[in-house]
Ligand binder design. Structure first.
Ligand SMILES: C[S@@+](CC[C@H](N)C(=O)[O-])C[C@H]1O[C@@H](n2cnc3c(N)ncnc32)[C@H](O)[C@@H]1O
Length: 257
């Protein structure tokens, strides 16, 4: 595989600055707004009047784009660990998407309505240890699927950021039965297209959903490739052939009673 040269880095930085300038000029809060715009251009995920959940919405770039796409008749609910400045036309909640209290607040905002689309740009806090960050991020993505799928309409769509590395194929396999189309897409606006990729899932097929959660199936297939299944929970005791040799008592030693 070719390693990134100085020229590649220069091009990446130049592209990043160019998207940042465009974001500023167009009034978007984040460069990432263009990633959603490019996903939309390619896959037409969101339609006017849709009900959209934006997971990991801070600082609000995707929420701004989503509000434009759904129009006045639509609904946009965003959620993030960090409080987000208001976006007109969207309801933005602060909380952890994996926690029951946040999930209940989303349900109460929905008030029985189902989602047409879930857009998730979620990325956990980066520690710098790539393997660990990537594995935490992928488990978080599996949790987003498990929360969002029961709320998604038949025929609905979901896009989420993935982090290239171990487990990507396994997660895609775990998600496949839930949609009739699951595609990977790297928007031009992605800073580092080699590690950031979006999964775009269309046409939710709830009647095909397996009984076990996405996370369980994802972790089971990950264990298979990583060999984790070889560890038994409660191994049967096995007779040992090891023998303790009795030492002869040295002369002069007394037995205690
Ligand atoms: C790349 S940013 C999202 C940018 C956003 N799409 C935009 O255009 O402005 C990723 C966000 O995911 C959020 N996040 C990470 N873990 C989360 C969790 N468990 N629950 C909710 N949000 C989370 C982070 O706080 C961060 O703001």
């Amino acid at each position: 595989m070719r390693t990134a040269s100085m020229a590649d880095h220069w091009i990446e930085n130049h592209k990043r600055d160019s998207w940042r300038r465009q974001a500023k000029a167009s009034g978007y809060r984040a460069r990432s707004a263009f990633k959603l715009k490019q996903i939309q251009e390619r896959f037409q995920l969101v339609r006017e009047g849709d009900c959209v959940l934006d997971v990991g919405c801070h600082p609000g770039g995707w929420a701004q784009v989503a509000v434009e796409l759904v129009g006045d008749a639509g609904t946009v609910i965003g959620v993030d660990l960090q409080a987000c400045a208001p976006v007109e036309g969207a309801v933005l909640l602060t909380g952890d998407i994996t926690e029951a209290i946040t999930q209940e607040r989303i349900l109460s905002e929905l008030d029985g309505e189902l989602l047409n689309v879930v857009i998730s740009d979620i990325s956990p806090h980066i520690t710098g240890k790539w393997d660990m960050d990537q594995s935490v991020a992928m488990t978080l993505v599996a949790d987003v699927f498990d929360f969002a799928l029961p709320l998604l309409r038949k025929g609905g769509g979901l896009t989420t950021k993935l982090f290239q590395g171990i487990g990507v194929e396994e997660l895609i396999q775990a998600v496949r039965p839930h949609f009739s189309s699951v595609r990977r897409f790297s928007p031009d606006a992605s800073r580092n297209s080699s590690s950031e990729v979006y999964l775009v899932c269309k046409h939710h097929t709830p009647w095909k959903a397996p009984k076990t959660s996405v996370r369980t199936r994802y972790e089971e297939s990950l264990n298979k490739i990583l060999g984790g299944d070889e560890i038994e929970d409660d191994p049967e005791p096995v007779a040992s052939t090891f023998q303790v040799r009795r030492r002869k008592k040295p002369i002069g030693e007394f037995e205690e009673h």
